[in-house]
Design a protein around this ligand. Structure first.
Ligand code: GDP
Length: 298
């Protein structure tokens, strides 16, 4: 956990640099708040979350009678923690057999990598996982998923050129027959502005329900944290179309746009199950609001 905190701190340095810089002076005045507003916006916190944080912070400063900008920084960490707190949620498995997790996201967001990491995480928790390669048209996507399946030594259902919904149906049926704990379906990720993609994803969702009436139990969106406000746009678009149950926010290592999590918390608070700070299998961690706020402002 300590190592991970170091990674998170290192990863968010670029986002935090501009913000922490605001507190180097000796006075708490309008100038400080103006600088802070600009820094939060630069970090892709967005207008709404920035306004909310500034108001909340000013109230905290007044109540605490703080006189030192460093105290204001601590109070900002508190305000940010409170804002992000509702995003904290753990992925629960075991309630269904299998738990069916549908994973969506635009190409390049880190979807396949995150599925590899998630598989590892579940395998570590003694869960048997079956992967479904529902992105049937991109050969590279299927191959990459097969590599992750191999590394994690889990089964994969994959069929070139098949209907994505049919592959997912087969995977859920196979998992039921074999008593597997979790099915993770990797779906295609062309841009969400293309209506066709959303229709395909909705169809997969409908067909999963045919294989198991209670499924899918989770619809997770993988978003690239490094895309800042674009990530928020994607959360809204996918949530409108599919009703998301959670997010995996990737690439928080070395990003200057980590403030987007505050924007998500304010504008579309879909829970964040995991965050990613690297390309390796173990670079996936549960989201902790306090840790995130402290890492950002350290
Ligand atoms: P997909 O198209 O959404 O399936 O994306 P991929 O899983 O293929 O990932 C795209 C690229 O992002 C790959 O080079 C991954 O190694 C990289 N990537 C994924 N997650 C992370 C992360 O948390 N941090 C970093 N630095 N890179 C990541």
């Amino acid at each position: 956990r300590e190592r991970w905190m170091d990674r998170l701190r290192g990863g968010l340095q670029k986002t935090g640099a501009g913000i922490t810089q605001v507190f180097v002076g000796t006075r708490i005045d309008d100038h400080l708040y103006e600088e802070l507003e600009a820094a939060l916006l630069m970090a892709d916190t967005g207008v709404k979350a920035t306004e909310h944080l500034l108001q909340d912070l000013k109230r905290r400063v007044k109540d605490s009678k703080a006189t030192d900008p460093q105290q204001v920084k601590t109070l900002l960490a508190d305000a940010l923690t409170d804002l992000l707190k509702p995003l904290e949620k753990a992925l629960v498995v075991g309630q269904y057999q299998p738990t069916v997790v549908m994973v969506v996201g635009v190409n390049g967001a880190g979807k396949t990598t995150s599925i590899g990491k998630l598989t590892r995480h579940l395998a570590d928790a003694e869960q048997s996982v079956l992967l479904a390669a529902a992105d049937t048209f991109r050969a590279a996507a299927r191959e990459q998923l097969a590599v992750w399946a191999d590394r994690n030594r889990v089964e994969i259902v994959s069929q070139e050129g098949a209907d994505p919904a049919a592959v997912t149906f087969d995977a859920v049926s196979a998992a039921k027959a074999r008593g597997r704990d979790v099915v993770i379906a990797d779906t295609a990720g062309r841009l969400p502005t293309q209506l066709h993609l959303m229709e395909e994803l909705k169809k997969i969702r409908r067909v999963i329900a045919k294989a198991d009436l209670t499924a899918p139990h989770e619809v997770l969106l993988v978003v690239d944290g490094n895309t800042g406000q674009n990530a928020l746009t994607q959360v809204k678009a996918f949530d409108d179309a599919l009703t998301l149950t959670g997010l995996i926010v990737t690439k928080l290592d070395g990003t200057a746009k980590g403030g987007v999590l505050a924007a998500i918390a304010r504008e579309r608070p879909v829970p964040v199950y995991f965050i990613g700070v690297g390309e390796k299998l173990e670079d996936l961690e549960t989201f902790d609001a306090r840790e995130f706020a402290q890492a950002l402002l350290s």
